[in-house]
Design a protein around this ligand. Structure first.
Ligand code: GLA
Length: 764
């Protein structure tokens, strides 16, 4: 709900309030972002400047106490007495212009104010407040948009040049706000196969910046970040979350002033940025997302998850179950033909997969990553019946068909490049900067966008394709406004291809999570989190992303062990258990599996399908877990699923209690550990304790048994009240040496369990 009274503006929902006012001099003074309050509280919430601070700079000495430098603001000027970081920079030729925007008027309308520039934006906003400000000396109009989405609000800015001169915008943030208090900044940083690692930095006097300049939102610094008040934890305290509906270079900063105001802002990165603002032209920023929770990080994540699932994901896929997929990449790489694929597909189907994804290598001369990118004609040596024929065969098996593309890039060794070398991005007078043997196509050019739309459309029309993996495997060489225009070009292409095909499930990917952002999620309901599928690493990657993004949008696959990037051998059960907390897939050579492993995968998929709604759309929380463990939970009306993941197992493990959350204290629940199994071979020499007869642990008998038989592990089935489960229940013992007991958890290092917790009917 949005209300306005005597120059005070109030966005109010059940969990938060956002309050600001226009001061007498027309500055927008920020009053409060936090727990719900009343609009009448404005005077009580306003900062009292008293006699003002020494050295105040003000256009009105009589009003010196209200100097812009010490006022909490909603937007800042330049060169007009606010010496903190400015949220904008406008130049006239090579002269930077001072700016001081003052309140002019406002408008409230139902729903969302549509962006005109082709940037994607969240759908289904409740109400929008547009506050117009004008500069006293320059013919510039600034409109700040605030949209109430219930769980969160969004902000964006539009700057209109009302003069007859061409100006340039070097910086224009989507939003800026000054919060009173001390905060810790959490960012999600990394690189290829190490995305979304959580880092915490105190916000103090020196400015801290979260920025990408690679041309894309990047795996280096996710655009989403958090600010937490002192003492905030997963389930308590004040936490703010911020994000940007944008896939290009982004920038956010936080800095605490001497007076204790923390200025935070976010928008397109100003690095080398310079956009032309023609007379009458408007520069629109991407939409920024602002969320508050008084219930800690988990509360904040819940607000962000609800927003992404309900307002960012394309309408046709909102809360629509994601299929269990099999992807041929890690199992086959470029080495496949139709026979091999169909053999894998047959196995995938038997194990319960619903969608078969044919990854890289199906077109042109694409037999390695050195050639063929850009030529989307099917390789008939590999697929003699074409894509249509192959899709038909899959349909015969009962599988849907999904296909990989990397339409934004081109190999110099390709027909496309030979025909149109100028379509790739080059830097005049300089050598090309190649990456994975590819260059980016210049999506700023209409001809290039048309080519991509036409070539991808032709393929999509040639077969019954239900899923597309849209990959992009390099960084850009474009900077500033050129990089921004590229991103606008990308959105144009995605809109033209997929808007008419809302039922195609688009999964975007950029060497894993190099473009895991809200802009891409406006088109693709899921994103491949990382090329790293080691479950221990995924706990960090998916765990990091979980602060801002819901499980439904995280592509999470089970791959082979030992893992290709870490050489770590992890139990198949754990590889499954971690991937369950995402959009589940399998990406390994199914033919190389032992029969016991194939059976286990079948059981995993059946389990996941039976609980898919809860896994994909249930309320997610990070649980308090014993030292060295990770706990995740998802909760729906029907059930609670809690996963506990261990690292290295010590000898003589201590006693631990596991805590879940969100249950009803007085109700009684049944708790069952998901049935898991152990490989006989995992016991090595210890097998002598399991077998009534003497066997050689390296002998053919045991090798055969290892492939065929599995031992039950960690059987747990008990009831308890919600109060007991939330206080902490004692799980079955871990392996403590030599013996085997089917009721203990014997998985050793990197073991894990999923508990299914459902209400006992007829009990109180
Ligand atoms: C990227 C993706 C992988 C796979 C390969 C194919 O690395 O992240 O998942 O699709 O490209 O070349």
């Amino acid at each position: 709900m949005i209300e306005v009274q005597n120059g005070v503006f109030h966005l109010r929902e059940s969990g938060w309030s956002y309050l600001f006012r226009a001061t007498e001099r027309g500055l927008l003074e920020h009053l409060h972002f936090g727990a719900p309050v009343s609009i009448q509280d404005a005077p009580a919430l306003a900062v009292k400047p008293g006699m003002g601070w020494g050295m105040a700079v003000t256009p009105d000495e009589a009003d010196g106490a209200l100097c812009p430098d010490t006022l909490p603001l909603e937007w800042s000027g330049a060169g007009r007495g606010d010496y903190r970081e400015s949220s904008m920079e406008v130049w006239d030729g090579d002269v930077p212009l001072p700016a001081e925007f003052r309140y002019a008027d406002y408008q409230i309308f139902e729903g969302t104010a549509r962006l005109q520039s082709g940037l994607p934006q969240a759908g289904g906003g409740l109400q929008t407040l547009a506050v117009t400000l004008r500069d006293g000396a320059l013919p510039l109009t600034l409109t700040l948009y605030y949209t109430d989405f219930g769980g969160v609000l969004t902000r964006r800015a539009a700057l209109k040049n009302e003069s007859h001169r061409t100006l340039t915008v070097r910086k224009c943030m989507s939003w800026c706000v000054d919060l009173v208090g001390e905060y810790q900044l959490t960012t999600f940083d990394g690189g290829w196969i190490g995305e979304a690692r959580r880092h915490v930095t105190p916000v103090e006097a020196a400015r801290v910046v979260n920025e990408s300049t690679t041309g894309f939102s990047s795996n280096r610094h996710n655009p989403g970040f958090l600010l937490a008040g002192k003492g905030a934890g997963e389930d308590c305290g004040d936490v703010y979350g911020f994000n940007l509906v944008y896939s290009g270079n982004h920038y956010a900063s936080a800095q605490r002033s001497f007076q204790g105001l923390t200025r935070v802002m976010q928008g397109v990165s100003p690095a080398l940025f310079c956009a032309v603002l023609a007379p009458g032209g408007t520069f629109e920023t991407p939409e920024g997302v602002l969320a508050y929770s008084g219930a800690g990080f988990n509360g904040l994540s819940a607000a962000m998850h609800g927003f992404v699932n309900g307002h960012i994901i394309p309408p046709a896929w909102r809360y629509r179950p994601r299929p269990v997929l099999f992807n041929d990449w890690e199992g086959c790489m470029f080495d496949f033909d139709q026979r091999r694929l169909l053999e894998l597909a047959g196995r995938a189907k038997k194990q319960g997969a619903e969608l078969f994804v044919l990854d890289d290598g199906w077109f042109g001369a694409r037999n390695s990553d050195r050639a063929g990118l850009g030529d989307y004609g099917v390789n008939e040596k590999k697929l003699p019946e074409g894509l249509g024929g192959f899709a038909g065969k899959l349909a015969g098996l009962g599988l849907n068909f999904g296909l990989w593309f990397e339409p934004e890039a081109v190999n110099p060794d390709s027909g496309l490049y030979r025909a149109h070398p100028d379509w790739a991005i080059h830097q005049p007078g300089r050598s090309d900067l190649l990456s994975r043997h590819e260059l980016l196509l210049d999506l700023r050019k209409e001809a290039v966008r048309d080519y991509i739309v036409d070539s991808v459309t032709e393929v999509l029309n040639s077969a019954d394709i239900r899923y597309v993996k849209w990959d992009m495997n390099r960084q850009s060489v474009l900077t500033g406004a050129a990089a921004h225009e590229y991103i606008l070009g990308l959105y144009d292409v995605l809109r033209r291809i997929f808007a008419p095909r809302p039922d195609i499930l688009l999964e975007s990917c950029s060497s894993g999570g190099n473009r895991f952002d809200l802009g891409m999620l406006c088109f693709s309901p899921q994103i491949w989190c990382s090329d790293n599928t080691d479950p221990m690493e995924r706990l960090q990657i998916q765990g990091g992303l979980s602060y801002l993004y819901p499980q439904s949008c995280m592509g999470a696959h089970v791959s082979a062990a030992p893992h290709a990037q870490t050489l770590r051998a992890t139990p198949l059960s754990t590889r499954g258990n971690v991937s369950f907390f995402g959009a589940l897939g399998y990406e390994l050579d199914l033919k190389a599996l032992r029969p016991v492993e194939a059976r286990e995968i079948k059981a995993q998929i059946a389990f996941y399908k039976a609980h898919r709604d809860t896994f994909q759309f249930g309320a997610f929380s990070r649980l308090p877990a014993p030292e060295g463990w990770t706990g995740w939970q998802v909760r729906s009306e029907r059930e609670t699923l809690a996963g506990f993941f261990r690292g290295l197992v010590p000898a003589a493990p201590g006693i631990v209690k596991l805590r879940v959350s969100g249950l009803d204290n007085n109700r009684r629940y049944r708790v069952r550990a998901r049935p898991q199994t152990l490989r006989v071979g995992d016991f090595g020499n210890l097998v002598k304790y399991l077998s009534p007869v003497r066997v050689n642990p390296d002998g053919p008998l045991l090798r055969a048994a290892d492939g065929l038989y599995a031992l039950p592990d960690g059987r747990e089935d008990f009831t308890a009240t919600g109060a007991a489960l939330m206080a902490g229940f004692a799980p079955a013992a871990l392996f403590t040496g030599t013996g085997y007991d089917k009721n203990s958890h014997n998985q050793g290092d990197f073991g894990s369990e999923i508990y299914v917790i459902s209400e006992e009917r007829g009990h109180d």
